[in-house]
Design a binder for this molecule. Structure first.
Ligand SMILES: Cc1ncc(COP(=O)(O)O)c(C=O)c1O
Length: 382
């Protein structure tokens, strides 16, 4: 029986996730050191975890919440966005989601018609292209250059915009490049979006994980209120990936439509996670700052070592990835070689779009000693 004949005719050609590379150590002998995972190696702050278990013991957080997200959480998020990100918003303009990826999905589902185009940075976060394809849109790749410290080139962006362009995704701090967009470039992108009447999806998943450079939310720039949808998450800075808690903010009209679509996808985000999110937002940033300090210590070790190995790596300004130039080699073959000969797992650059070829991503959300050990092994085979 050919069960595959039942599949939809949409030729999505989605990338197969390579779990051996992405998951920490799934080999039985524990020999592989994985620099693959895009998730913090820290536990969430104990106060958040204790609060969650206390609530569960009382049977709280077990029911559906308001689909848009609990009012108390939305109030806290709005407060945070106003204070820290200078985004003019309020609780009615927040939609809580199962991680920011779901919010990005619901947004593109709401905005994009068949064959309409969405501009995505390349190299860029692994899920953008598949999501655009899943909603029958067309991804247009905006090439980023290592020589330009992986910044967005506004002239190149302008040239990519055509009649069918609906939206632009930007991601700062960036996965996988670590680039943090500065104010001038953000303003240029903003002017282009307003001029061409396009929506900007601002993915700020790593907004608090920056090193010596401040993150700026494009949604805080003047005149952009109706053109930006900002996405943030508890996954990275609160190390709460598994709780699946993210959110977006935008103007009323779009928010209501996206919220509607989201309701039919997941009904509501997990209640226990939302309650823990309220707790997380009531804590000072001290714990986050400690994690960021440790990421910086690791960054300052891994990047010079990669450069010394001849794998040129731009110093990341944010997030927790080193994106190394492998000197024109095929990134899948290079990653396979590292896995086989050094037992080190890295992610081939092609997983981040075609302009990621020639690079590999290494996560430093991995213990310092393990990174050192992985680098020693790599030095022997490169
Ligand atoms: C740039 C970026 N955006 C969004 C996400 C999705 O995060 P979540 O759905 O956990 O909020 C990730 C996860 O790795 C990411 O790297």
């Amino acid at each position: 029986m050919d069960l595959l004949k039942h599949l939809s005719d949409r030729d999505l050609n989605l990338p197969q996730l390579e779990f051996p590379r992405i998951k920490k150590t799934i080999d039985k002998d524990n020999k592989i050191i994985s620099l693959g995972p895009g998730e913090p190696d820290f536990l969430p702050d104990k106060r958040i975890l204790n609060y969650g278990s206390k609530l569960l013991k009382q049977g709280k957080g077990t029911r559906y919440s308001e689909p848009q997200g609990m009012l108390e959480l939305r109030k806290k998020i709005a407060q945070k966005l106003r204070k820290e990100n200078k985004i003019k918003t309020n609780e009615d303009n927040i939609m809580v989601s199962c991680g920011s990826e779901e919010a990005i999905f619901a947004t593109l589902l709401t905005l994009v018609d068949k064959k309409e185009e969405v501009i995505v940075p390349s190299p860029g976060f692994i899920s953008y292209i598949p999501i655009i394809k899943l909603v029958n849109g067309v991804p247009k790749l905006l090439k980023l250059d290592e020589e330009d410290s992986w910044n967005i080139n506004p002239d190149r962006l302008k040239k990519l915009i055509g009649k069918k362009t609906r939206a632009i995704i930007i991601n700062t701090p960036s996965n996988p490049t670590g680039n943090v967009l500065g104010k001038k470039i953000l303003e240029e992108i903003a002017d282009i979006a307003v001029d061409k009447d396009l929506i900007i999806l601002a993915d700020e998943a790593y907004e608090k994980i920056t090193y010596n450079k401040k993150h700026i939310s494009i949604g805080s720039l003047n005149g952009l209120d109706n053109h930006v949808i900002t996405f943030q998450t508890f996954s990275k800075e609160y190390a709460m990936c598994g709780f699946r808690l993210g959110y977006l903010t935008t103007g009323d009209k779009l928010l209501n439509e996206i919220n509607q679509a989201n309701f039919y996808m997941t009904l509501a985000p997990p209640s226990i996670s939302q309650l823990m999110g309220i707790k997380a937002l009531s804590l000072p940033d001290k714990y986050i700052n400690c994690m960021v300090k440790e990421y910086k210590r690791r960054r300052d070790m891994i990047v010079p070592r990669l450069n010394d190995m001849g794998l040129k790596t731009v110093m990341p300004e944010g997030a927790f990835y080193a994106f190394a130039n492998i000197n024109g080699k095929n990134s899948v073959k290079f990653s396979d070689m590292l896995m086989k000969k050094a037992k080190v797992a890295v992610i081939p650059g092609t997983e981040f779009g075609k302009y990621g070829e020639g690079y590999v991503r290494m996560s430093f959300a991995t213990k310092y000693e393990l990174i050192e050990k992985a680098l020693k092994r790599m030095e022997k085979v490169i």
